[in-house]
Design a protein around this ligand. Structure first.
Ligand SMILES: Cc1cc2nc3c(=O)[nH]c(=O)nc-3n(C[C@H](O)[C@H](O)[C@H](O)COP(=O)(O)OP(=O)(O)OC[C@H]3O[C@@H](n4cnc5c(N)ncnc54)[C@H](O)[C@@H]3O)c2cc1C
Length: 331
């Protein structure tokens, strides 16, 4: 790990400008061309059995490999499905976010996990069944089966080295929950003195992943808040359908989220479906006082004058997240 935030030369800067020091994550220990063999030790549905899709929590034993103890939540691992693609080449590597905490599922870093949603659709042209190669390969695997892994990948979507110096607001949709499972477990197990709020969004409540785990963690840990946002049915308290960003303005959560965001040490992490960050940023820009907003977002005055017209093309140009915002979104 690198030095803590107190040794950071930018410590005298305003919080939004301060460098957030991340741990030094190892990357590409195994390249996709030279993957390592791991073994499946667990495969279980991690939504309600009634969910329309199929999402599994998968654990891999990496003992005897150089991945032991080197895989952090927020990184991803590569999976090489056997077989060849339509062009006769071996299937390209697919990335899957790590769901295990630092030290893995077992504490010694030999069991790592991920969360895989089967890609199932009708083929766009032929309307025949379309099955994604790697997600279905992974979800078909049984305990004891071998799997070829590469990685780890990524070094930017990590908890800070000095995790106890911050509070956290995590937004997840779909399998974007994977890194937050690991990060929440890390933060709560270390019993660090910080506030952790997780907002998990899904179309139906049956699609929520690791719901029981998060509910029991929220009961056990006063510093952990678990909020859900269900977009195609009413919330458990009877209020209307909402997306993750609507939690920022929902009558029952807006005060606590505004207070969390106003804190000088809060960091925002967003993971899931590409584009979800736009709605979160629009909601923040619409309701947060300028002094709080600029801690997380710098937007051109022209953009601020017309928040509803923001588009993904404007992200990182007219609308720039600050160092207090971490994004990992994928299609
Ligand atoms: C950093 C990162 C982290 C990720 N983490 C996770 C994770 O934790 N869990 C997870 O489940 N996924 C994750 N993904 C996505 C994952 O890598 C795969 O893209 C996903 O599982 C689909 O792969 P597949 O091989 O099953 O599907 P593929 O065989 O690759 O098929 C999907 C592709 O086929 C095309 N396609 C889709 N539907 C149709 C259709 N109806 N007709 C014709 N073509 C179609 C699309 O071009 C799509 O890209 C992550 C991706 C990234 C980049």
């Amino acid at each position: 790990m690198s030095s803590s935030a107190s040794a950071d030369p930018s410590a005298s800067l305003a919080p939004a400008e301060r460098e957030i020091i991340l741990p030094e994550a190892r990357m590409h220990i195994y390249r996709p061309t030279e993957p390592v063999t791991a073994r499946v030790t667990r495969s279980e549905i991690c939504t309600s059995r009634k969910a329309a899709g199929f999402t599994r929590h998968l654990e891999f034993d990496v003992s005897g490999t150089n991945l032991v103890g080197q895989v952090l939540p927020g990184q991803s691992i590569g999976v090489l499905a056997p077989g060849i693609d339509t062009k006769g080449r071996p299937h390209a590597v697919r990335l899957y976010s790590v769901a295990s905490p630092t030290g893995g599922e077992d504490g010694s870093g030999t069991i790592i996990s991920t969360t895989v949603k089967r890609t199932i659709d009708e083929h766009w042209e032929s309307h025949k069944l379309f099955l994604g190669v790697c997600s279905n390969y992974l979800c078909d695997l049984n305990v004891g089966d071998e799997v070829k892994l590469s990685g780890p990948n990524g070094k930017k979507f990590l908890l800070p080295a000095d995790a106890a110096s911050h509070d956290y607001l995590f937004f997840a949709t779909g399998t974007g929950i994977a890194p937050f499972r690991g990060m929440v477990l890390d933060l709560l197990r270390k019993r660090v003195n910080c506030r952790v709020t997780l907002v998990m969004g899904s179309p139906y409540s049956t699609d929520l992943m690791y719901d029981e785990l998060f509910r029991s963690l929220a009961k056990e840990h006063a510093n952990f808040r678990y909020l859900t946002a269900i977009s195609r049915e009413r919330q458990s308290n009877g209020s209307g359908p909402m997306y993750v960003q609507d939690r920022i303005t929902a009558p029952d959560t807006r005060e606590e989220l505004a207070a969390l965001l106003a804190g000088p040490r809060t960091l925002i992490y967003v993971c899931g479906i590409a584009g979800m960050e736009l709605g979160i940023f629009q909601k923040m820009a619409s309701v947060l006082p300028a002094g709080v907003l600029e801690q997380y977002l710098k937007a051109d005055p022209a953009a601020m004058a017309d928040i509803p017209s923001w588009s993904r093309k404007m992200l990182h140009r007219e609308i720039k997240p600050t160092k207090r915002v971490f994004l990992e979104v994928y299609a």
